[in-house]
Write a protein that binds this ligand. Structure first.
Ligand code: GLN
Length: 275
């Protein structure tokens, strides 16, 4: 869609240059171009006032390394449950959603500069709440432990002293680094790299969210097993959309759109399609 719009605009502008829009139907054509310039000009000011929707574009950060919530599809575009959800929200709000694929660990700090908001299977945590606000939660999760088939790791006590692979800056990272004694924590930018090191024997297990753990384990069926976090007494987590701190107007709009999407059955359809 984004490309189509860009292409369309480029086409309009090129045609204007080639046919000198100024001559036959000057007003309309010139206005189209000026209109877009103005809209952009106003954007900067509007965003300073906190209205990130004013330019009609919602720039959404994600880390497309977290299937089934976000991944890069066969055409090289970010896709997944979160991407479909935020596009549905954008539709309700009447804005175009542009997705920026970036490292998970830089999402929170990029809100308000590179991106307007972030959707990335992101768990609501008190620490993150210090920098961003969260929408209403939309999905419940728990950390899972991926182990090699035949591993003896089965309880929380078995994780003590282990070398654990995690995705940098995630709740799995925080659990492995802060809550389990004597661990060596290998942090990766991509969960899949942690999984590869598990296959290579460089880490004893990987702690990552339930659904990606199930996807990764099923990709290497027979070699890897995903163990339920309940076995390890990991707590329940909630995913929500990270929003600029203090932008209650935006939070209200996004929560209202989310509610509508749940009420009209779109949410359940997306769960069915992606998860
Ligand atoms: N839910 C985890 C977190 O918020 C992991 C998210 C992710 O890796 N995309 O930290």
């Amino acid at each position: 869609m984004k490309k189509l719009i860009a292409l369309f605009l480029a086409g309009v502008m090129t045609m204007c240059m080639l046919t000198a829009c100024g001559s036959k139907e000057p007003d309309e054509a010139v206005e189209t171009v000026q209109g877009s310039e103005n809209a952009q000009g106003e954007t900067g000011e509007a965003e300073e006032d906190g209205d990130v929707l004013a330019d009609g574009v919602l720039t959404v950060g994600t880390n497309a390394e977290f299937p089934p919530f976000e991944y890069v599809d066969d055409n090289g575009e970010p896709d997944g449950f979160d991407i479909a959800l935020i596009k549905a929200i954008g539709e309700k709000l009447g804005v175009t959603v542009e997705v920026e694929n970036m490292e998970f660990d830089s999402l929170v700090s990029s809100i308000g500069s590179k991106i307007d908001i972030a959707i990335a299977g992101m768990t609501v945590t008190d620490e993150r709440k210090g920098s961003v606000d969260f929408s209403d939660p939309y999905y419940e999760a728990v950390q899972f432990v991926i182990v090699p088939a035949g591993s003896e790791i089965a309880t929380a006590a078995d994780l003590v002293g282990k070398t654990i692979g995690v995705q940098l800056g995630t709740t799995g990272d925080f659990i492995a680094s802060d809550d389990i004694a004597d661990t060596t924590v290998n942090q990766y930018n991509k969960g899949v790299d942690a999984v590869n090191d598990l296959l290579n024997g460089r880490v004893d297990c990987v702690i990552i969210d339930k659904n990606p753990a199930l996807v990764f384990a099923s990709k290497f069926e027979g070699q890897l097993v995903a163990l339920d976090g309940a076995q390890f007494e990991f707590g329940v987590e909630e995913y929500a959309i990270a929003l600029p701190k203090g932008d209650t107007a935006l939070a209200e709009k996004i929560n209202a759109a989310l509610e509508e999407i749940k009420a009209d059955g779109t949410f359940d359809k997306l769960v069915e399609t992606y998860i």
